[in-house]
Design a protein around this ligand. Structure first.
Ligand code: 2NL
Length: 368
């Protein structure tokens, strides 16, 4: 290893003429330029710091050495040229280092910016949006139809009192109509609270609060005593409707029912009323429509009758008006109650009710 000439004096180096001094400085400058060239932007920060210290460090950097060993002890006649060369070298070193420092900083900034850049062409995180459940879709369709002819939507609690669920609907205790409704009582309720068996309690509550005319539909979940099988569960979805005014006739009832059936099943569907019984309507009827599969000619779906049973309905039993303090002499109206799950199964050809509640996507995806 050769000794660094700047650790010796010019006299020791034998540089006794201005030419030799200039050549010596030129040599140092060449060494600096070579080393500076090696420090590209890619070299790490520690190496760069070492390089700067080696040249400008106060204790034994090259510039300090040149000042201490070459300039200070220089022979009197050489001092001006040594001083001049020293100033030139110093200026060159400092200017080059400053320039390099800026280059390195700029390169580092550029690299950081490249790292932080957001690539807008990358595909984003795709989340499955899902669809409305078939029951919801059916609810929406039913509500659309009734809203289009002036009905409003009312909703209410699933836990009810026996009064609103039974008595006010003209279903006294021990009435056989309670047989399939006598279930799901709330434990510890002294008032005998139960899960509603139809949404009619909300119609009673609405009539209690609101003077006629009333035109409402009440969608919601209801609960009944049923042995579960392919068409029955302990819960189903219902929409009940009620229209009460001073001049509502059986004709209005029939016309409304017919409009509904045509909207729901298509303009070709025909409607038929069959006598039935409900404690809260008189007269009562089962509403049938011509089979949506065969159009009425008879097939397996309609058991070769040409007709499909849709829902129950009737003219409001005047006894009900008594419970809500409506004048039964002046008022009349009709009501209906439909099972949404049944209607959905019928319309979409579903034979197994449980499929509607298992949330198996292979089933759900068939009704996007
Ligand atoms: C069915 C039949 C029906 C009603 C519900 C009703 C409500 C009031 C007064 C009179 Cl507040 N009637 N609701 C009327 C006839 C039939 O439901 O099979 N539901 C699943």
């Amino acid at each position: 290893m050769t000794t660094d000439p700047t650790t010796q004096t010019l006299a020791q180096l034998g540089d006794t003429t201005p030419e030799k001094v200039t050549a010596r400085f030129a040599e140092v400058r060449v060494r600096f330029d070579r080393q500076a060239g090696e420090h590209s932007a890619k070299k790490d920060a520690e190496e760069w710091k070492g390089f700067v210290v080696a040249w400008t460090g106060r204790k034994s950097g090259v510039l300090t050495n040149v000042g201490d060993n070459w300039l200070k002890p220089a022979a009197k006649e050489l001092k001006p040229i040594v001083g001049q060369e020293f100033q030139k070298l110093k200026a060159h070193v400092e200017a080059t280092l400053e320039e390099k420092r800026k280059e390195i900083e700029a390169a580092a900034e550029e690299a950081a910016a490249a790292r932080d850049q957001v690539d807008l062409s990358l595909p984003g995180v795709e989340r499955a949006i899902g669809t409305r459940h078939l029951i919801r879709q059916t609810f929406d369709e039913l509500l659309r139809i009734f809203l289009s002819i002036g009905f409003s939507v009312v909703e209410g609690p699933e836990i009810e009192t026996p009064y609103y669920n039974f008595e006010a609907l003209n279903i006294p205790e021990h009435h056989p109509a309670r047989d399939n409704m006598d279930t799901f009582y709330i434990e510890g309720s002294h008032a005998g609270h139960l899960l509603r068996t139809h949404t009619s309690p909300m119609q009673i509550r609405t009539m209690e609060k609101q003077a006629p005319p009333v035109r409402i539909v009440v969608p919601g979940k209801v609960y009944r005593r049923d042995n579960p099988d392919s068409t029955h569960g302990y819960m189903f979805h219902q929409i009940e409707g009620l229209a009460v005014d001073t001049d509502i006739t059986f004709c209005d009832f029939k016309g409304t029912v017919q409009y509904f059936v045509r909207e729901f099943l298509g303009p070709k569907a025909k409607t038929r009323l069959r006598p039935s019984y409900f404690p809260f309507t008189e007269p009562s009827a089962e509403v049938d429509a011509t089979c949506h599969v065969c159009g009425g000619t008879g097939c397996r779906v309609c058991k070769f009758s040409g007709w499909i049973e849709l829902f129950g309905a009737g003219m409001v039993n005047p006894a009900v008006y008594g419970f809500v303090k409506y004048d039964a002499e002046k008022l009349s109206g009709f009501a209906f109650g439909m099972g949404v799950d049944r209607l959905a199964m019928m319309k979409y050809g579903i034979t197994e009710l449980p499929l509607l509640f298992q949330n198996d996507v292979r089933f759900l995806r068939q009704f996007p």
